[in-house]
Design a protein. Structure first.
Length: 277
């Protein structure tokens, strides 16, 4: 199991920095203050000022939650473990519980560590009645391990959970992820920054005004949607430089993937449970 963790879950080179992430200034500043500095200087941040052991990143899919998890590891010099909760539940049928225990043990040996769990709602959801015995045991083991980490002052392990469905988390899960940051859709400035960044190595003849127009036309697009749009627009690139018309054509193919209704649900959950500066 240790071997499996090291080959499949341990991410050797997250290598992502804040500069790769467009927008999200509030989230970046909060993450530095709440988790990275305390991880770098555990001698200063002690007792009540000790780093939180659980952080939840929630918001629509494709907005940079995974990127933030990786950046935390890069910035804090921590070992990065990354696994999706659904693969933990399905791939290790019958072994999930042992797997969770082994994962935390390996993280402890390699501390400081960041354990990133994608789709954490499927691991810690409140729908427990119909749950299979096996998945209930995995959930229990996971909560036990998190409590172990939370109780120890010197254990430098941070659990980062990401979810598109924060509403599914129960009270036990929320309590263990004390800091909860909303990762929203990119605003216009962030979308422009992202398009500029994605186009930097491409041959194109987009001027500043074109880039602004693209940013205006992509209201409601997630970062992943903007990336898909750029890929679509670059389709003819081998023949000639990418231009604004390519983007206008691509806009008809690649639409925003998140609905307004979803967004209002996130905002509501954020107001009730989110962390603010
Ligand atoms: P999720 O929020 O679902 O974890 P990811 O972090 O995996 O989303 O982002 C998916 C892809 O979308 C990234 O690999 C990146 O290319 C792009 N992306 C999303 N948000 C951003 C952002 N804020 N800045 C730069 N790229 C982004």
């Amino acid at each position: 199991m240790i071997e499996m963790i090291e080959s499949e879950i341990l991410d050797q080179s997250p290598g992502i920095s804040w500069d790769d992430i467009a927008g999200l200034e509030f989230a970046k500043a909060s993450v530095m203050e709440i988790v990275v500095w305390p991880m770098l200087r555990p001698d200063i941040f002690t007792g009540l000022r000790g780093p939180p052991k659980g952080l939840l990143l929630f918001g629509p899919p494709g907005t940079g939650k995974t990127m933030i998890g990786k950046t935390i590891a890069t910035e804090s010099g921590a070992t990065f473990f990354s696994i999706s909760a659904s693969s933990l539940m399905s791939k290790w049928i019958g072994e999930g519980e042992k797997m969770v225990r082994a994962l935390f043990a390996v993280a402890r040996v390699n501390a400081p560590s960041v354990i990133f769990i994608d789709e954490i709602d499927s691991l810690l959801s409140q729908r427990s009645e119909g749950d299979f015995e096996a998945s209930r045991r995995v959930k229990t083991e996971f909560l036990v391990q998190m409590d172990g980490v939370a109780c120890s002052q010197e254990e430098r392990i941070l659990l980062v959970g990401a979810t598109n469905r924060p509403q599914e988390l129960d009270e036990a899960a929320r309590r263990r992820m004390v800091k909860r940051l909303y990762i929203p859709l990119p605003d216009s400035a962030a979308r422009q920054q992202l398009v500029t960044h994605l186009m930097r190595n491409q041959s194109h003849d987009l001027c500043e005004m074109d880039l602004q127009e693209i940013a205006n036309l992509t209201k409601g697009y997630s970062g992943a949607d903007v990336k898909a749009l750029c890929t679509e627009a670059a389709f003819n690139q081998s023949v000639r430089p990418i231009n604004i018309q390519d983007f206008k054509n691509a806009l008809r193919q690649v639409r925003a993937s998140v609905s307004d209704k979803d967004i209002s649900n996130y905002i509501e959950w954020n107001q009730q449970y989110g962390s603010f500066p």
